[in-house]
Design a protein around this ligand. Structure first.
Ligand SMILES: Nc1ncnc2c1ncn2[C@@H]1O[C@H](COP(=O)(O)OP(=O)(O)OP(=O)(O)O)[C@@H](O)[C@H]1O
Ligand SMILES: [Mg+2]
Length: 282
């Protein structure tokens, strides 16, 4: 459950426009790659290409929960700089926040699933979805949502079976705490916690144990890191739904996170699209 978007992605020397994106897409593809039976709950605007929905369906993803609403789809502008810095220019755009409200998924209609993945969404919205859910819930957040309302994200955490922030997000939520301490603090408030650490892999802490363990990422050549976090969370949900331990589920998810970065956009997870526009970054 979350958002789908139309992305512009800049990586070293290259800009790709009109790329299928959104955390809900990457989470679904990650879950599918882990062998899950997946359905997406999201809303898109009138400009969302029908062909992209068809490609998802061809990957055996249930797209019947993707609803069409008036106005445009959310558009994200992502830039991955050579030093590892990631910029999300859309977070500064009024349109993006307006579309976030207008294209909110139906959080009160608990989907009939074994495990619910809440891709990054405003934390109050995620809280409602988690409260409505009749199954375990895993959630991720984004730096933008964590910065806007860290208290609301902390309230959401108490409702979850698993929380999977990135290192940057856990630093925003718990400023000043060393990373492992932040992980333990979050786990002490209820859920299992997975702290995503990019190419270094993940640190995991099961709620009842308070013990931090590192899960290494397989070494791969990174082409485009877009969506790796979301795909990882999708894969993690499948492992947990299948009864794997947190550590084993994280190891399986790390394979899929690594795979995600090996090609542009969602291509490495099998979702190919007509590349309408591809130019140099200059
Ligand atoms: N270069 C890489 N090589 C191997 N694995 C990677 C690489 N980058 C990311 N991963 C895997 O994917 C996981 C999630 O990536 P990351 O930590 O970038 O999440 P994120 O910050 O939430 O990303 P995003 O929100 O952009 O999808 C990592 O924990 C790691 O296991
Ligand atoms: Mg992320």
């Amino acid at each position: 459950m979350g958002y789908l978007s139309i992305d512009t992605i800049s990586t070293a020397g290259q800009v790709l426009r009109e790329v299928p994106g959104g955390a809900a897409l990457y989470a679904a593809l990650g879950a599918r790659a882990a062998g899950g039976k997946v359905c997406i709950t999201a809303c898109v605007g009138e400009d969302y290409p029908a062909a992209w929905r068809d490609r998802m369906a061809a990957l055996d993803i249930d797209v019947s929960g993707i609803r069409l609403k008036g106005g445009p789809t959310r558009r994200a502008r992502l830039a991955h700089l050579p030093d590892g810095v990631r910029l999300s220019a859309h977070h500064d755009e009024m349109d993006w926040w307006e579309r976030t409200d207008s294209l909110a998924p139906d959080v009160d209609a608990a989907p009939d699933v074994d495990y619910l993945i809440l891709a990054p969404m405003p934390p109050g919205m995620a809280f409602r979805a988690a409260r409505a859910a009749t199954c375990p819930v895993i959630a991720d957040t984004s730096a933008a949502f964590a910065r806007r309302d860290p208290g609301a994200v902390m309230s959401l955490v108490t409702q979850l079976a698993c929380f999977a922030p990135s290192l940057e997000e856990s630093r925003i939520l718990l400023p000043g705490l060393p990373d492992n301490s932040a992980l333990r603090y979050l786990a002490a408030s209820g859920p299992d916690v997975v702290q995503k650490r990019g190419a270094a892999g993940m640190a995991v802490c099961a709620s009842e144990q308070g013990l931090v363990r590192l899960v290494r990422a397989p070494a791969v050549a990174e082409v485009d890191p877009t969506g790796a976090g979301d795909a990882t969370v999708g894969a993690l949900a499948v492992g947990l739904a299948n009864g794997l331990s947190l550590r084993r589920a994280a190891e399986q998810a790390a394979e899929i996170g690594a795979r995600t970065v090996t090609d542009h956009g969602p291509a490495a997870l099998g979702l190919t699209w007509h590349r309408a526009s591809c130019g140099s970054a200059s």
